[in-house]
Design a protein around this ligand. Structure first.
Ligand code: NAD
Length: 355
């Protein structure tokens, strides 16, 4: 019996999280879910959007799944849908707070973000044969959100890059890629302009690459990398990126293989891992049974691999592949008409034939 923390999330989060949960349960793996709410509800009821109980649950279970969460900004926002169908549109606004996803990564020291993007037969895109892994440093860089007002009308954001964080991240990424038989890592940076911060990130990556002589190491300036990826993505294998470029380019990579609905991800530290789709909470689609559950289901497969349920992870991917190839039960973002539930049920049906 595996014990896994499940954070359903907000907006479309509960729907896609439930899809992942149903597929994992149908796979036959025995899981006890420890369901934990974060966000607007605990913010109102417990005075914080990220209560300590959530961090304790993940730390003790060592593995978690997180649905997307809405990060309020620019005043206030309204909760649309929650796990238990709680607050409805029109409930009182809550105050702004920092990103819970960023908070979780920092608090649990989940320093590496891993996002595979793979072409699937049945998903029509501009490219075939894309098979990329984006590695994104998760704890520092501009994305850490160290900002302040210098004076009225002047805001400052500080970009911090350290040798320690860059090195542990680069080592993790090379080891992860190497263990999966990957051949090449491309570091992405802007060291021509940010010579100290991105220069440090790049130099550390170069040093770490020396310990992996059977892998090719190269680097690209981030603007050039964007252009290269939308022309010939098949020439790249693994991308090693500081936090902000990783955030942006991993969405770009998702676009190469069918969009945000198909891209899974994982946040991994030395002791704990939390799996989450790349996409956000898409509040405008919340509760409509229309978004693609595939990213979350693929997160479920990554999570099962992480807990050594390799065969089951393979069966889930195969079931998904069959549903995509057949093309009858796919969601609108993939050109079909199925809802979230119908696509999930089709995957579960295929899974039953494979197991
Ligand atoms: P988003 O990813 O929620 O949505 C952007 C667009 O992508 C949607 O309008 C939709 O067209 C498409 N999309 C997203 N998920 C999809 C799915 N499963 N199936 C089909 N199409 C899908 O990004 P956004 O609109 O910039 O952000 C909305 C909220 O989500 C914000 O509050 C943001 O802060 C938050 N967010 C959270 C996370 C996270 O929790 N990890 C990540 C990104 C954004």
């Amino acid at each position: 019996m595996h014990r896994i923390t499940l954070i359903p999330g907000e907006g479309i989060g509960p729907e896609v999280s439930r899809a992942m949960q149903q597929v994992v349960e149908a796979s036959g793996v025995s899981v006890q879910w420890d369901i934990q709410e974060v966000g607007a509800i605990p913010e109102k009821e417990e005075g914080t959007p990220l209560p300590a109980r959530v961090l304790d649950s993940i730390s003790s279970n060592k593995v978690g799944f997180k649905g997307p969460i809405t990060t309020p900004f620019g005043g206030s926002y309204r909760v649309l849908v929650t796990w238990e169908g709680g607050r409805k549109p029109g409930s009182p606004p809550v105050r702004d707070y920092p990103s819970i996803s960023v908070g979780l990564r920092k608090e649990l020291n989940l320093y590496a973000n891993v996002r595979p993007t793979v072409s699937f037969q049945g998903i029509r895109t501009r490219f075939e044969g894309v098979d990329l892994i984006s590695f994104r440093e998760n704890t520092e860089d501009l994305y850490a959100g160290i900002e302040h007002w210098v004076t009225e009308g002047v805001a400052e954001s500080i970009k911090v890059i350290t040798r320690k964080a860059s090195e542990r991240f680069a080592r993790f990424s090379f080891r992860y890629a190497h263990a999966r038989g990957r051949k090449k890592i491309t570091a992405v940076h802007k060291a021509n302009i940010m010579k100290l911060t991105d220069g440090l990130f790049l130099n550390v990556a170069r040093e770490v690459a020396e310990s992996f002589p059977d892998m090719v190491f190269e680097d690209r300036v981030v603007d050039n990398m964007c252009m290269q990826l939308v022309i010939k993505p098949q020439e790249y294998d693994c991308l090693l990126m500081p936090n902000l470029y990783g955030d942006i380019l991993s969405d770009l990579c998702a676009g190469l293989v069918g969009g945000l609905g198909v891209a899974p991800g994982a946040n991994i530290g030395d002791h704990v891992a939390v799996f989450e789709p790349v996409h956000g909470s898409a509040p405008k689609y919340a509760g409509q049974d229309r978004v693609n559950p595939m990213a979350s289901i693929l997160c479920g497969a990554m999570m099962l691999e992480h807990i050594n349920e390799m065969d089951t992870a393979r069966y889930i991917r195969e079931a998904l592949r069959r549903v995509l190839s057949e093309g009858r039960h796919v969601t609108r973002d993939l050109g079909g008409r199925a809802g979230t539930r119908e696509m999930t049920e089709a995957i579960i049906e295929q899974l039953g034939k494979i197991r």
